[in-house]
Design a protein around this ligand. Structure first.
Ligand code: DX5
Ligand code: ZN
Length: 231
């Protein structure tokens, strides 16, 4: 299973976003995590399709768009058009997650499902075949720089176990399910998540607020690679 590091640009310096993203690309980031907040689903407002479009011009890395918005179905199209590689929406914000995932996949866009800390793994287990990515929030969404909520490790474990039980024939998507963790991820907590079965690690403050963001990214990667089981 491929381990991926996804810097969250919510913590980057917005006055030089292009440079920040290019630095991450050079340092070996696998994808760029883009946090979209609407001031309704979460108590904060961040960025929309125009920023995704600008990022698309600044980097070749896949754009990992995390929609923390109400009614995600209304806004898929602008994010697809802006160049998202995959789009993750929240199960708590959506009445028909499988239908939305189908719409994304028909357009060749990866489909991701996010779970807030209060949402149990059981809410998502039967939906796994429809998705390429499960995002387990390890903070309550809305802000960077919050402490890691370790209770969510059990959720990561439960999702990975169910996914392994399904086997490749049950999942139409290519490759193993990505399980992404987001919130309070640093070298220590990433390793705990890796041991629980996560393979995609989002980090905002741990990278961009570090004295040397490139070194912080490399350290994060090393910490999860050292903890990796052989598969
Ligand atoms: C939180 C966002 C995260 C956030 C992570 O609502 O979804 O992606 O930027 O930031 P850190 O790594 O600082 O917790
Ligand atoms: Zn996020």
């Amino acid at each position: 299973m491929r381990l991926k590091v996804a810097p969250s640009i919510l913590s980057a310096a917005f006055e030089r976003l292009g440079e920040e993203v290019r630095a991450m690309e050079e340092a070996g980031a696998d994808q760029i995590h883009v946090d979209v907040m609407d001031g309704h689903f979460v108590p904060n407002i961040s960025m929309g399709p125009v920023v995704v479009e600008a990022l698309r011009r600044a980097t070749r890395l896949p754009l990992d768009v995390h929609l923390m918005i109400t009614d995600p179905e209304r806004y898929l199209e602008p994010f697809v058009a802006a160049g998202a590689h995959h789009i993750t929406f929240h199960i708590e914000a959506c009445g028909d997650p499988a239908g939305l995932a189908r719409r994304l996949r028909e357009r060749g866009i990866g489909a991701g499902l996010a779970l807030n800390p209060a949402t149990p793994a059981g809410a998502a287990l039967d939906l796994l075949p429809h998705f390429d990515l499960l995002l387990v929030m390890t903070v309550n969404p809305g802000f960077g720089g919050q402490p890691f909520l370790g209770d969510n490790l059990g959720k990561v474990r439960a999702i990975r176990e169910r996914e392994r039980g399904l086997g490749p024939s049950r999942r139409p998507a290519a490759g193993p399910l990505d399980i992404e963790v987001d919130g309070g991820i640093d070298a220590r907590t990433a390793r705990l998540c890796r041991e629980a079965g996560a393979n995609v690690f989002v980090a905002g403050n741990a990278i961009f607020r570090a004295p040397d963001p490139r070194a912080a990214l490399r350290e994060l990667r090393r910490s999860v690679a050292d903890g990796a089981e052989t598969e």
